[in-house]
Ligand binder design. Structure first.
Ligand SMILES: [Zn+2]
Ligand SMILES: [Zn+2]
Length: 346
């Protein structure tokens, strides 16, 4: 079968002819229909995120049809449409049995630690295959399994409730999903903090109150907009100590700040006035869980989570086209997602 693989960090991905994977009793083989090209794939190719075992077929945002089913797998059969949870895990360790598989010590990310979806077929553990309802196109089923799933996990970790307000710091791919999912949670006012005018305009179009951080302290702007009450939940999706601090400072009493962006910087806070007095919580968010996915799939099925057709671009399973899409991440600021159309029918 054809696959597009990372053979050496810092080098373009290469096309390869590899054997179709053999599956075990607990696996399924998926004929890939669509595979999302993610910003982290660019980091793997560049060597910013190191991968120890190469070559590997990249691609962790996968949707397709079940081609073969291992003997132990009962929830899917050949021909079923599925999307893939990218974290392969042992299923039996102290974390896995509690449904916290992102801490599994032997966990492997599909498309990083083991071969992923930039290929005609991919082998995944059967428990990682989730039935994709007919209403959700394969390309959406693929791209929602990464940033949208993490945005939903962040909202779950922050315990966002109907009627609560939320401030979203950063309106990239995560923020785009977080805004729609927050609305699906029936939250009250949504504030989006950004410096990019196009992103602020897009947030406003989706019903949020845009907070332009170039026009003054966003904490003061949110304070003003909420009549001094502050927000119930904030999401930091940028990865900067400055915005993390603002995400805490804009909270009202009993507020929860979910920090998703990555940074090695330190953050300082005034414990009495900013934490203790208001009993606010700061919550770290890493990735997402299989347990988040049924809700995510239902939100996409019912149209509460949408990706407008002009937000998608398609390429073929072709090394040159995929490398060009990865190059484009370096200077892109738009919401357009690129999807590899691997196959369009069984
Ligand atoms: Zn991704
Ligand atoms: Zn485990």
């Amino acid at each position: 079968m054809r696959a597009v693989r990372l053979t050496q960090a810092g080098r373009p991905l290469q096309e390869a002819d590899v054997d179709r994977p053999e599956i075990g009793a607990s696996d399924v083989l998926i004929r890939v229909a669509a595979s999302g090209i993610c910003h982290s794939d660019e980091h793997y190719r560049a060597g910013i995120s190191r991968i120890d075992r190469l070559p590997v077929t990249l691609g962790h945002e996968i949707a397709g049809w079940i081609e073969k089913v291992g003997g132990d797998i009962k929830h899917v059969t050949r021909g079923d449409r599925v999307c893939v949870h990218y974290l392969a895990h042992c299923g039996s360790c102290e974390f896995c049995v509690r449904g916290l598989e992102q801490f599994c010590r032997t966990g492997e990310m599909i498309g990083k630690h083991r071969d992923g979806g930039y290929a005609e077929f991919v082998k995944v553990p059967g428990t990682n295959a989730f039935v994709l309802p007919d209403e959700i196109p394969f390309e959406i089923g693929a791209i929602m399994m990464c940033s949208s799933a993490t945005a939903l996990h962040a909202l779950n970790k922050a315990r966002l409730k109907p009627g609560e307000s939320i401030a979203i710091f950063g309106f990239g791919g995560l923020g785009f999903s977080a805004l729609q999912l927050a609305r699906a949670f029936e939250c009250d006012q949504i504030y989006v903090v950004e410096i990019n005018p196009a992103k602020l305009a897009s947030a406003k179009m989706l019903g949020a109150v845009p907070i332009d951080a170039t026009k003054g302290d966003p904490v003061e702007q949110i304070d003003h907009a909420t009549n001094g009450k502050g927000v119930d939940v904030s999401l930091e999706l940028i990865g900067s100590a400055k915005t993390m601090r603002q995400a805490v400072q804009c909270l009202g009493a009993l507020g929860r700040a979910a920090l998703v962006g990555l940074t090695a910087e330190s953050m300082s806070l005034s414990p009495y006035t900013e934490l203790i007095n208001k009993e606010v919580e700061i919550i770290g968010v890493s990735d997402h869980l299989a347990a988040d996915l049924p809700t995510l799939i239902e939100f996409a099925r019912s149209g509460k989570l949408r990706f407008p057709p002009n937000a998608l671009r398609f390429v073929d399973l072709d090394a040159e086209q995929i490398n060009a899409s990865l190059d484009a991440f370096r200077n892109s600021i738009d919401h357009i997602r690129t999807v590899i159309k691997v196959a369009s029918e069984v």
